[in-house]
Structure formats: structure tokens, C-alpha cells
Design a protein around this ligand. Structure first.
Ligand code: GDP
Ligand code: MG
Length: 437
């Protein structure tokens, strides 16, 4: 995968100590190939590599004491920039009720699914959404939206007839009558970009004047995303992108190309069948994931947040020293549980996708972890290096588990700790620079 390839390039650089221009050139060539193989648009790759190369050749990188780490940081920064730098937010209008969101995209891209997920997300934020089924070509399309709406407890407006504009208008009126504050209009796509689809989307746009038009793009689209997005941008224009099917085996090219190619932000990513699998898109986190650094940063962030004031201070100091105690580890894992369990989050951890694919995920492991860490003394938790063989036996007996299970936990902890250390140089200095256009 792209992550594996990039990690290989970096491992190679790290093995070298001091770097020459030739080393950088060689690394950049490999990065270029890895991106092309991941189906990133070739123009995007060209710009990316030339920007990254230029920065790597600067003396601050080449002459630094840790050139390889600096190269990783440059690539991380450039990837973050490529993905849009910051999360743009949904961007609804505070002064209009109801707000209208319209979803456009090719058939099968995931519009109907995304409509229901977005409704669910907005509802969980205290909004009162209304779904409107404007795909008039297949009766099954309205049924599908109705079913999904039912699952997330959001009303769906549907009506017979073949005029999507009339249905959209009536749907907005329905929302007004029922005091709903945001309308999500699901539209019909076509298998390919064509005039009918564009004309229909334009007609809907004029009729309901959406506050947000979101284009739904299947992450598997790869290179072609550039053409599809350009066609929509020209004919109906849109405000942002929902990348769907991020849970699939896409090579990542679409997500990396779309922002640069259209200038439009990715606002959400959708990754699965469950209604809560639509998340705000964070370029920096995605960049880390692509570099195989996992999304542990956000887990640590949230873990630190739930700690008491002084502990927070302490944890911050420890994090600055790039160390993770068993207490932090326990907090991280509690956080994982709060956020919906291992399966949902494992993909955020380095190597997580692989673990999930090979069925290594053990949902029960979190419970055990909690029991085991609870059987440790305070000193053991904050100085895990104390935990020798006889302490492990005592802890196992106290927790009612086997010593093997304690060993497994300590191994997992050690791996996470090592990874946090490895990530720290890049963490110290977050991506800077201007917001994209
Ligand atoms: P539409 O034609 O654009 O409305 O696309 P649909 O919402 O009907 O989705 C097409 C297919 O993709 C359906 O089988 C969905 O279940 C599936 N799908 C949509 N979003 C996702 C996703 O994020 N992950 C996965 N795995 N499947 C998805
Ligand atoms: Mg649909």
C-alpha cells in the first residue's frame, strides 16, 4: 500500500544518517512512483514532488542533525497541504431556516447512504433534519432512503411523479411545516457524467438554492475523480466533497487528487455501513494515516482532555518528552471504548487496517486491559519499566488472568509507546502555512 511504500522510503533514509542531494532525489523519485501507483493524478504528483523536493534541499533539512526526520516532516506537511490543511466545517448559513444541503454525484457513488449518515450526524448535533428523496428514476431509490431514514430516526419526504424539482420544493415546504431546520436533498446520479444529470442538478439548485452542494465521490474512483469533479464544478458548482467508501481497498489516489484538482475541500469521509460512519475530514490526521503514523495523536488528545487538570499538565510534560505511561495507555483505551469500540478505531492505529483485515481484533481485549492495569500499583503504572517477571505474576493473579495475557498487554503497550516516540519529532512542529485557496 501507499503507507507501506512511503514507510519503506523513510526507513531507507533513516538508515543513512547524513543525507546528500542524491539521497533526497532518490527518495523523491520513489515517493513519486508510490503516489502514481496509488492512482494519484499525475499533475498533482508532479506539483507535490517538486514542492517537497525544494523544501528538502533547503539547508535546514540537509544540514540538520536529523535529516531523515525532517524529510518525513516535510512530506507530512506537504501531504497535509495537499489534503486541504484544515477541516472546513459544513458551512451552513446561520440566518436561514431551514438550511438546504444538496448531494450530487455519479450513480453508486454513495449519495443516498451519505444523505442518511449526514442526517444522523446533524441530528446528533441537536438539529432537526429532513431528508428529501429526489431520485425519481428508480422507485427503489426512495425506498432505500426511507429505510435508511427510518434507521436513523429522520423523516423522509417522498412523492410520486417524475419531476424532481417539484418534489424538492415540496420537501422543503414539508420541513418548514414541521419546524425542521435543515433539509438534505438526495438526487439521482448517472453512471457517467452526462448532460441530463447536470441539467437536473442545475434545475434543483435554482429551485431550492442550497446553502451547501456536496459532491459525493467514491474513494475508489482514483484518477478519474479529477474529470468527474471538474465536470460538476463547471456545470453546477459545489462547495465541498464527501469521500465515500474510505473503508474499501481504495489506493488513496482520489482523496489526494480531489482537493488540488478542484480547489474544493473534502468535508466528510464516509467509511462503512453504519450510520455513524461519517466523520469530519481532518487533513492532518489523514496525512498521518497515509504516512503510517496512525491517528493516535487524536486518541492521545482526547485521552489527555478527560484527565484532571494536574494530570493533564503532567501528561503534557511527558508527551513533550515523548513518553507514554500505562496510565496514558489505559486512558487511550478507555477513550477508544467511549468512541465506539475497537473495530471502528483500530483503523486509526498504525497497521490497524491490516490487523482488521486479518481478523486480529479482539473486542474483549479492552476489558482485560482495564482489569490488568487496575491490578497494578500506582508506581508500576507510571514507571512501567518496574514491571518484572514476579510483578507480572502478581498482577496476573490479582486480575484473574494468565501471565501470558499480562505479557501481551505489556507488549502492546511497548509498541504503542515506541510509536509515540517515533512520531514526536513531527508532532512538535505542526504543519504551518496558509490555508489553501
Ligand atoms: P448513490 O447511487 O449515489 O445513492 O449510492 P448509494 O448510497 O446507493 O451507495 C451505493 C452502494 O455503495 C450501496 O451498496 C452502499 O451500501 C454502498 N456504500 C455507500 N457508502 C459506503 C461506504 O462508506 N462504505 C461502504 N463500504 N459502502 C458504501
Ligand atoms: Mg441514490
Amino acid at each position: 500500500s501507499l503507507s507501506d511504500r512511503l514507510q519503506g522510503v523513510f526507513a531507507n533514509l533513516r538508515g543513512k544518517g547524513r543525507l546528500t542531494e542524491a539521497d533526497i532525489n532518490d527518495a523523491m523519485r520513489q515517493i513519486r512512483l508510490a503516489l502514481l501507483e496509488a492512482d494519484v493524478n499525475f499533475k498533482v504528483v508532479r506539483d507535490f514532488v517538486s514542492a517537497a523536493s525544494a523544501r528538502c534541499m533547503e539547508s535546514e533539512v540537509l544540514d540538520s542533525l536529523t535529516p531523515a526526520q525532517n524529510v518525513v516532516k516535510v512530506v507530512l506537511d506537504e501531504l497535509t497541504r495537499l489534503l486541504g490543511e484544515v477541516n472546513e466545517g459544513l458551512g451552513l448559513s446561520p440566518n436561514r431556516v431551514p438550511n438546504v444541503i444538496m448531494l450530487v454525484g455519479l450513480q453508486g457513488s454513495g449519495k443516498t447512504t451519505a444523505a442518511a449518515k449526514l442526517a444522523y450526524l446533524l441530528k446528533s448535533q441537536g438539529r432537526r433534519p429532513q431528508l428529501v428523496a429526489c431520485d425519481v428514476y428508480r422507485p427503489a431509490a426512495a425506498d432505500q432512503l426511507e429505510t435508511l431514514g427510518g434507521e436513523v430516526g429522520v423523516a423522509v419526504y417522498r412523492a410520486p411523479g417524475t419531476d424532481p424539482v417539484a418534489i424538492a420544493r415540496a420537501g422543503v415546504q414539508e420541513a418548514i411545516d414541521n419546524l425542521r431546520d435543515v433539509v438534505i436533498v438526495d438526487t439521482a446520479g448517472r453512471l457517467h457524467v452526462d448532460d441530463d444529470m447536470m441539467a437536473e442538478a442545475q434545475g434543483l439548485k435554482e429551485a431550492v438554492e442550497p446553502d451547501q452542494i456536496l459532491m459525493v465521490v467514491d474513494a475508489m474512483t482514483g484518477q478519474d475523480v479529477v474529470n468527474v469533479a471538474a465536470a460538476f464544478a463547471e456545470r453546477v458548482d459545489f462547495d465541498g466533497v464527501i469521500m465515500s467508501k474510505m473503508d474499501g481497498d481504495a489506493r488513496g489516489g482520489g482523496a489526494l487528487s480531489v482537493r488540488q484538482a478542484t480547489g474544493k475541500p473534502i468535508k466528510f469521509i464516509s467509511s462503512g455501513e453504519r450510520p455513524d460512519s461519517l466523520e469530519a475530514f481532518h487533513p492532518d490526521r489523514m496525512a498521518r494515516r497515509i504516512l503510517g503514523m496512525g491517528d493516535v495523536v487524536s486518541l492521545i488528545e482526547s485521552a489527555v482532555k478527560v484527565q484532571a487538570e494536574e494530570e493533564e499538565q503532567e501528561a503534557a510534560e511527558r508527551l513533550a518528552k515523548a513518553d507514554l505511561t500505562l496510565n496514558d495507555f489505559l486512558d487511550m483505551n478507555r477513550q477508544i471504548r467511549k468512541m465506539g469500540g475497537v473495530s471502528k478505531l483500530i483503523s486509526a492505529l498504525p497497521g490497524g487496517d491490516k490487523a482488521l483485515a486479518s481478523g486480529q481484533v479482539d473486542e474483549g481485549a479492552l476489558d482485560h486491559m482495564e482489569v490488568i492495569i487496575s491490578s497494578m500499583t500506582k508506581a508500576e503504572r507510571s514507571k512501567p519499566d518496574l514491571i518484572n517477571g514476579s510483578r507480572r505474576a502478581r498482577i496476573a493473579a490479582g486480575a484473574g488472568v494468565t501471565v501470558t495475557e499480562v505479557n501481551q498487554l505489556m507488549k502492546r503497550y511497548a509498541e504503542t509507546r515506541k510509536m509515540v516516540k517515533r512520531m514526536m519529532p513531527a508532532l512538535d512542529a505542526p504543519a504551518k502555512g496558509k490555508k489553501g485557496k
